[in-house]
Write a protein that binds this ligand. Sequence first.
Ligand code: ADP
Ligand code: MG
Length: 416
Amino acid sequence: VSTLTGGSSAGKRDTCLEEIQRLQQKRTERRRSMEEKRAERAKHEKRLQDQGMPGDVDFQLMIGAFRTEYGLEPHPHIPPGDLKICICVRKRPINAKERKRKDYDAVTCFNPVVMVHDCRLRVDGITKYLDNTDFAFDHTFDEEDSTEALYRYTAKPLVPFVFRQGRATCFAYGQTGSGKTFTMCGIQQQVVVDVFAHLSQAHATQQAPGGLGVYVSYFEIYGGRCQDLLNHRHKLLVREDGKGDVVIGELSEKEASSEEELWRLIEEGNRNRTTHATEVNDVSSRSHAICQVLLRDQDSGKLWGKLSLVDLAGSERGADTKSHCRQRRLESAEINKSLLALKECIRALDAGGGTHVPYRASKLTLVLKDCFTKEKARTVMIATVSPNASSADHTLNTLRYADRVKQKKAEDFHNS
Ligand code: ADP
Ligand code: MG
């Protein structure tokens, strides 16, 4: 019996020993793998720091892994057709100041998709995870894409459109500091060149009976009031005349006979906006700037076509409603109202004929009335976003807004 049991217990001891050895080996392996991971992480941390990218290493690794694993290739941009409404997103590069304060890139663009990686902690307070939200638009452009490329696929077709008697509008929408003014300035430069390139062709084909002249007006809406940027911030009164046309009284309109002259006038308007453009409390972040290039029949002076380039007030205004300053609160409420009205007006334009356009809901939409109500109207909206993780909430708000402007993707957006 003893031999039998002895043999059996010896066998048990053997399996026991084996089990212990196996566990020990496993532990060693686990330790080694953890050490490797730690070394890998330290190496990565160092590399990020060397690249001037401090910040949360885990999240940056997770975002990096996500991008590789997802393996998504951006689709080539579809050449612009006759889109009645074109909505696109532009992500700007992260800057030195953001890196210095340990912020990091948490937005991925692979045209036409944009993804925001919201970096979160589980309730245990230790485990980190990414909460990814994605959207699709007509185009998305990332930090590597030039303004020239963005222009080519979005606003460029608006120029020939206004020469065909259209009313075209291009908006830059986004949080303060996300790149609205940077993008709009780039677009202005290209528009100046293209307008004069088309003008020579238009003259050749004798489109307008008296030939066409190029004019520019530039004004700002601040706290619900209009001010002329080409005439010492002269206060402007807006009214609707008997025919239902919106008239901006005393708005100066200057003729430009060359590319250089048009650019000089636009630059003058840009300069007259307030300096410190990226300061959150700066006037320029709380005002809408509307630069209009107009084509007029030189004989009758009648408006032929109009292109409005609109640098909107910062979209982050919601938070200001808690401000102690009454003036600030009122301004913010006004901005919110105008951005909501703008969304509704573009949606109504999208829905097409017969839909009520609530353009009277704000000064911004009132002065742009013909852009929403004319048969021949087209809109481009560029939603600009900051890449940094700390802006994820604002970025999501911007993308949600842009998404709602044009929801019915399947509809026929083409001008007939
Ligand atoms: P906003 O008008 O939305 O407040 P800005 O256009 O002033 O923002 O941009 C904020 C800062 O970021 C500026 O210094 C600007 O030069 C820079 N910037 C914005 N977009 C880009 C971009 N695509 N590439 C390089 N720098 C950019
Ligand atoms: Mg700006």
